[in-house]
Design a binder for this molecule. Structure first.
Ligand SMILES: Cc1cc2nc3c(=O)[nH]c(=O)nc-3n(C[C@H](O)[C@H](O)[C@H](O)COP(=O)(O)OP(=O)(O)OC[C@H]3O[C@@H](n4cnc5c(N)ncnc54)[C@H](O)[C@@H]3O)c2cc1C
Length: 338
């Protein structure tokens, strides 16, 4: 399903819970806490309509799920807690997106045609059917090579992709919107689990905890896995430090895939360990083999979708298919070039 459909259903199910009330049109302006700052006791909320004054909303537990703009590090620092350690991998990525009505349908059984950016071909695309003859195309480019928002530039960028499928489908399609650009500067991981002390009654989840480069499509799954961790912790005596430690473990695998994957691009700055180099060399072979072997594609997508751990790609039977497939792909490419 398209994301708005998914979000609509999740929201409707949450709204149907008898003890849930939405406070629409309000912002959380800050935390309320005990005088010594050892416990968060609620939040200050403010109506977005101009001129309103913040009011206090008491709570046994406050969970910050305010996304990548979370002000939790500032709020904690105002309560006297140390600075939250932050890890950033700067990618200077942009998505430029446009909706079309297609004349010919390139989607058969597929929901989308995705051109995955690689260090050899850093431009990518996510091309989704929206049902019927409508589709959404997002072109992606990193390290400042951003897809343009003028129609001619957008089309030329689509033409520069390493495969022709996307450009061929939209070349004579009817545009339904203007191209719109969204910029994403960096993947950002906030290490709450490394803080020497945290207040009682306060947790952070989702993008507020860790923001992944969106091209890997992991943010919602990682947030859902953290919600599951939260459910487990709510079953007993809640200790925020223990929650942060467990939630950080949940984040480790997707962070390794996303931040590690970005470090395969030479222009991306960050610390590269031997493990990063070896991992990226292997993933390049997986992606290459996946262009010819559906079993490898399936295994890769299961890991990218966080259904299986990254180690699943290392199982001997699959590793053999990867190495054989990558060799075959390299031979085919050489023949094509000759
Ligand atoms: C271009 C793009 C493509 C993506 N594609 C995928 C994908 O294919 N698959 C995937 O899994 N993930 C994807 N993601 C990531 C995914 O969108 C996020 O990981 C996910 O939305 C995080 O959920 P969240 O609830 O933590 O934060 P958000 O979805 O950002 O929600 C935070 C909410 O808090 C509200 N808020 C913020 N500050 C305040 C405040 N002070 N007071 C009150 N409310 C506040 C915001 O208005 C917002 O409604 C993509 C992200 C982007 C940008």
């Amino acid at each position: 399903a398209a994301r708005p459909v998914l979000e609509h259903h999740v929201r409707a199910r949450v709204a149907a819970l008898p003890n849930v009330e939405f406070l629409a049109g309000h912002d959380i302006a800050g935390l309320a806490a005990t005088a010594d700052g050892s416990r968060v006791t609620g939040v200050h909320v403010q109506e977005r309509a101009g001129g309103s004054t913040p009011r206090r909303l008491d709570a046994d537990l406050v969970v910050d799920a305010t996304g990548r703009g979370s002000r939790a590090p500032k709020w904690l620092s105002a309560l006297g807690y140390p600075e939250v350690p932050v890890e950033r991998v700067k990618v200077d990525l942009a998505y430029t997106s446009r909706r079309y009505r297609l004349r010919a349908n390139p989607f058969t059984d597929e929901q989308s045609i995705n051109v995955i950016a690689t260090p050899g071909h850093p431009r990518g695309a996510f091309f989704h059917t929206l049902g019927g003859d409508e589709c959404l195309l997002s072109l992606t480019g990193l390290l400042g090579d951003h897809p343009p928002t003028d129609p001619e530039g957008f089309l030329a960028y689509a033409k520069s992709l390493p495969v022709p499928d996307v450009h061929d489908a939209i070349a004579d399609a009817e545009p339904l919107t203007e191209p719109v650009c969204f910029r994403f500067p960096a993947s950002t991981r906030r290490h709450y689990e490394l803080l020497p002390r945290v207040p009682d009654g306060f947790l952070v989840v989702g993008d507020a905890f860790c923001v992944f480069n969106p091209v890997y499509g992991q943010g919602m799954t990682a947030a859902a896995l953290q919600a599951r961790t939260l459910r487990r912790h709510l079953g007993g005596t809640l200790r925020p430090a223990a929650f942060f430690a467990d939630a950080a473990r949940v984040i480790d695998a997707p962070w390794e895939i996303a931040a590690g994957g970005d470090l395969a691009f030479p222009g991306v700055t960050g610390r590269r360990s031997v493990k990063t180099h070896l991992g990226n060399a292997y993933v390049a072979r997986v992606q290459s083999a996946a262009t010819r072997d559906a079993e490898v594609t399936n295994a890769f997508m299961r890991v990218a979708g966080l259904i299986d751990p990254p180690q699943a790609l290392m199982r001997p039977r699959l590793a053999l298919r990867v190495l054989r497939g990558a060799r075959r792909a390299a031979r085919d490419d050489d023949q094509l070039a000759a």
